[in-house]
Design a binder for this molecule. Structure first.
Ligand code: NAD
Length: 381
């Protein structure tokens, strides 16, 4: 069985679905690995490194798509800028594609996959159950984004994170507020603490208090009897009163902290605006906001998605490509998530789309001429 790794065509995307290292793991699972020329260049993996891993380098994208039984991608299929054709139309009829697909936002893509009689598995739809953690690409990428959010903040912040006493004077530590303590928020807290900042964090889910404190940060609480834990550990929509109360807390914090990192999301919804323009105006000159929810509309009213924007002396980072800015590491982790999924599916010799497997069924968005998303609730036997 052949797996094909095309070069990503989304503008600025540096990641690649499989690295020379993960290609070896795929071969151990019995797959032949075809890689498009320069597919790994943006992530520092040269064609030669893939050749040394016994991959076949294919010069032409159309040939690669046509030959592969399974295409492994990062970004959802889109118009190929050089071939002037949608990538979905490059898929051989009846073949399989695995990558981020975002089915809730991509109805047209699902329709195209259906017309192609393709099998499609969305890495963003892998169920978040313990057994599937090794395939959880959302968490892999969120971890990178949280880390990189702090690095971006440090880059735009003109001061140390740690407090210092030097011959030239005393330097106070930076104060950082992290809003939303999921995977990205926790990574941001750990990184900011590692750099020596004073870190505070807030989440609607009280269950994360212990995790925040275990990283040495302070968990901010409201005097409010409402908990945001929803189904499967995700956040639920909070009452208007709660949102008002948390925003009052943020208004106070905005005047005091140097950096705000926001990661507040509710699955399937636009991000709540939690940092208003007035809060940004109240921040000290030279402060930084990093809005990790920028792609979902943003948690900050002043965010310009995809951009770094200066407003009233505050830098607002709305970049949406943070994992791609760590392309080498991101590709390695993502490739490993893919290997685990293909192993779950039996490798090349026992490969099957097992509809009884909760992980496979959860990720399956198109199969046997049908749209199979959203997956039905899984009944435990
Ligand atoms: P996410 O990116 O969907 O959301 C980020 C955070 O924002 C969440 O912690 C949420 O509570 C918080 N939030 C939402 N609205 C808010 C508001 N108004 N104010 C403040 N905070 C707000 O989250 P995620 O990182 O994808 O994961 C969320 C949770 O899912 C995890 O903490 C965990 O419990 C669970 N999870 C489970 C697995 C697994 O079992 N395999 C893997 C990953 C995550």
């Amino acid at each position: 069985m052949k797996v094909g790794i095309p070069k990503e065509v989304y503008p600025g995307e540096q990641r690649v679905a499989v690295t020379p290292d993960t290609a070896k793991r795929l071969q151990k699972l019995g797959f032949d690995v075809l890689v498009e020329t320069s597919a790994g260049c943006g992530a520092n993996f040269a064609d030669d490194a893939y050749r040394q891993s016994q991959c076949h380098i294919i010069a032409d994208a159309a040939t690669l798509w046509a030959e592969a039984d399974i295409v492994l991608k990062v970004r959802p299929p889109q118009m190929h800028p050089e071939l002037g054709k949608d990538e979905t139309d490059l898929l051989r009829e009846g073949s399989t594609i695995i990558g981020f697909i975002w089915p809730a936002q991509n109805a047209q893509l699902l329709q195209k996959l259906l017309e192609r009689k393709a099998t499609a598995l969305a890495m963003d739809a892998i169920p978040r159950i313990s057994r599937a953690q090794k395939m959880d690409a959302l968490s892999s990428m969120a971890n990178l984004a949280g880390y990189r959010a702090v690095i971006e903040a440090a880059n735009h912040f003109g001061r140390f994170f740690n407090g210092q006493i030097t011959a030239a004077g005393k330097v106070p530590p930076a104060k950082i507020l992290v809003i939303g303590v999921g995977v990205a928020g926790l990574a941001a807290i750990g990184t900011a603490k590692g750099l020596g900042a004073i870190v505070r964090a807030f989440d609607t889910r009280l269950v994360v208090k212990e995790q925040v404190e275990s990283l040495g940060a302070e968990f901010l609480e409201l005097n409010f009897a409402e908990d945001g834990s929803g189904e499967g550990g995700y956040a639920k929509v909070m009452s208007d009163e709660f949102i008002k109360a948390e925003m009052e807390l943020f208004a106070e914090q905005a005047k005091d902290v140097d950096i705000i990192i926001t990661t507040a999301l509710i699955p399937g919804r636009t991000a709540p605006i939690l940092i208003t323009q007035a809060m940004v105006e109240s921040m000290k000159e030279g402060s930084v906001v990093v809005d990790l929810a920028a792609e979902q509309g943003g948690n900050c009213a002043c965010t310009h998605p995809h951009e770094v924007y200066r407003y009233n002396g505050v830098t607002i980072v709305g970049l949406t490509d943070l994992p791609s800015r760590m392309a080498q590491q991101a590709s390695q982790l993502y490739g490993t998530n893919l290997c685990h999924l293909l192993e779950e599916m039996g490798g090349a010799s026992k490969y099957q789309v097992n509809l009884e497997d909760e992980v496979v069924r959860g990720a399956l968005v198109a199969y046997a001429g049908d749209i199979t998303w959203p997956a039905p609730k899984f009944e435990k036997k």
